[in-house]
Write a protein that binds this ligand. Structure first.
Ligand code: ADP
Ligand code: MG
Length: 210
């Protein structure tokens, strides 16, 4: 499903990530862990095609990402990759429902109201459909970000530090939600975190060393 080989990524002269080989199968749930600065966010951005590696090759579903450029890459990402960024990046001026529908629009797909309604119902957000992001609790905002990420039933679901600033009970809920939604889409899940509490939940782990 996902294969990285001979990857090095540099910012200026500094190597931020070096990874000889990494493979994740369809539907697998992976934890990418390591200290702050070890390259976890860089790893996710490379896999999502938001960054181009300085060296090496990334393939998703047998397709090399390097083949995709510009709007074709954006459309591919919108249809195949769900991203829950660390700072959720909900659009402040749009309602919860509009934030979800934006995911279809960005992928060049027709607005899928039925899918949005299904997710709002499943993630206990129905009453918040018309609310703006600033009217949500952190937990609700995070659920909206997860819902937006899975709107188009991605093959890959990526989450960056999804448990940061959460107490134990909420961090369990956040990881449950990601794992359940990934399973529901049959997506490969990759959670990047320095949070030790997440370790025990993932059999498949990639440790990045600074
Ligand atoms: P992590 O998510 O594990 O904390 P990052 O991938 O954010 O790690 O960063 C890895 C290294 O690359 C760090 O040393 C960080 O300072 C550096 N880095 C990350 N993004 C940039 C950038 N845009 N420009 C320059 N250096 C960066
Ligand atoms: Mg990070």
């Amino acid at each position: 499903m996902l294969r990285l080989s001979g990857i090095r990524h540099l910012y200026g002269a500094r190597v931020a990530l070096a990874l000889e080989r990494f493979e994740a199968g369809a539907g697998e749930h992976w934890l990418v862990h390591g200290a702050s600065g070890s390259g976890k966010t860089t790893f996710l951005n490379l896999v999502a095609g938001l960054l181009t590696p300085s060296e090496g090759k990334i393939e998703v579903g047998g397709e090399p990402l390097a083949k995709l450029k510009g709007s074709a890459l954006d459309r591919w990402r919108g249809r195949n990759v769900g991203i829950v960024p660390q700072k959720l990046h909900l659009v402040r001026s749009l309602s919860v429902l509009q934030n979800l529908l934006l995911a279809s629009y960005m992928a060049g797909l027709p607005s899928n109201h039925a899918r949005a309604a299904e997710l709002l119902e499943k993630l206990s957000l129905k009453e918040k459909a018309a609310a703006k992001p600033h009217e949500l609790s952190h937990g609700q905002a995070q659920r909206v970000a997860v819902a937006r990420a899975v709107m188009n039933r991605p093959k890959l679901l990526l989450a960056d530090e999804p448990t940061s600033n959460l107490d134990d009970a909420n961090s369990v809920q956040a990881l449950d939600l990601l794992q359940n939604q990934a399973q529901e889409c049959g997506a490969t899940l990759i959670v990047a975190t320095h949070d030790q509490r997440a370790r025990a939940r993932f059999e498949k782990r990639l440790e990045l060393i600074t």
